[in-house]
Design a protein around this ligand. Structure first.
Ligand code: UTP
Length: 295
């Protein structure tokens, strides 16, 4: 019987250097996209797939994440008294989820962040969501990956084709089609390769279904690219022991850990928000005209 995915790890221990100075004393993961912090989009995505145990890897200056997912008694009482039902529902609807926080003592890399969750995950398979990759909530990426896991009982990495000019920002795979649509058997992984030696244009994006045997590998690996303990290197080690699959995502993803991706996510998501979409769309049309006329 294949195990169910009940837990998700959300690494949030990084330094967020691409967003300095905003991230000097505040977590990047708490930057809002319209009115919700980035990390909440990832939590809601996982919850929609039946996951309700969350392990968040934090670090220095990340306390706001814990406060955000805690219940807010005073605020809730005040909203109750003033009859602000919708807002009350909005701030309390995640109250029944379980959160555990582990402090990564130094930002030693994504692989190290995942390893920190070992005592909480123990020996079951789990999902990993990087909250700065925002996935269009209308596309069932994580759900498809979980369904594939039920069938394959093997680690599954989300992939996206990216332009070669951007390939050196990602972990990149070499794989062969498995016959099933968008599914690949991975036979090589390289972290942040220069375009000339990249094995393909298929990059690993921030959604993973992993098995607990990754922890033994993470325990034994040293620093890789950029001096960080890289998850990609550990996955390459695991590949020598078992099959790993890649699932090619063709929907909309925003790299919101990067300024341009963050702005695109903000605009697109705002255009879908009922209360502001119309006036915001009108503003954008007016802005586009001004840009065209250079005024
Ligand atoms: P990123 O490289 O996108 O985030 O890592 P970063 O390091 O915070 O940001 P930059 O690159 O300096 O601008 C992907 C995810 O992995 C987490 C980050 O918090 C982010 O959610 N991470 C990274 C950790 O939890 N620990 C680390 O040591 C490194």
């Amino acid at each position: 019987m294949k195990e169910k995915i009940r837990k998700a790890i959300l690494p949030a221990g990084g330094l967020g250097t691409r967003f300095l100075p905003a991230t000097k004393a505040s977590p990047k993961e708490m930057l809002p996209i319209v009115d919700k912090p980035m990390i909440q989009y990832a939590i809601e995505e996982a919850r929609a797939c039946g996951i309700n145990e969350f392990i968040i890897i934090t670090g220095k200056y990340k306390r706001a994440i814990e406060d955000h997912f805690d219940s807010a008694y005073e605020l809730e009482e005040s909203l109750k008294k003033t009859g602000k039902k919708t807002l009350l529902e909005e701030i309390s609807r995640l109250n029944n989820l379980n959160f555990a926080y582990i402090r990564q003592k130094a930002a030693l890399g994504l692989g190290h962040a995942i390893y920190c969750a070992r005592p909480f995950v123990k020996d079951e398979p789990f999902a990993v969501l990087l909250s700065d990759d925002i996935i269009d909530p209308e596309t069932p990426l994580l759900r498809n990956m979980i369904n594939l896991f039920k069938k394959l009982d093997s680690p599954i990495l989300a992939l996206e084709k990216v332009p070669m000019s951007e390939i050196s920002r990602y972990g990149v795979i070499e794989g062969v089609s498995d016959g099933e649509e968008n599914l690949f058997r991975i036979n090589k992984l390289v972290e942040k390769p220069p375009p000339a030696i990249a094995p393909s244009d298929m990059a690993i994006i921030g959604r993973y279904i992993l098995t607990p045997d990754i922890f033994d590998i993470l325990e034994g690996i040293g620093p890789g690219k950029g001096g960080e303990i890289q998850l990609t290197d550990a996955l390459f080690g695991l590949l020598k022991k078992r099959q790993i699959y890649g699932y090619l995502f063709t929907g909309q993803r925003y790299d919101a850990g990067d300024k341009l991706g963050y702005l695109k996510a903000t605009v697109d998501i705002a255009l879908k928000r009922p209360q502001i979409s119309e006036p915001f769309k009108n503003y954008i049309i007016e802005l586009a005209d001004r840009i065209k006329l250079n005024i």
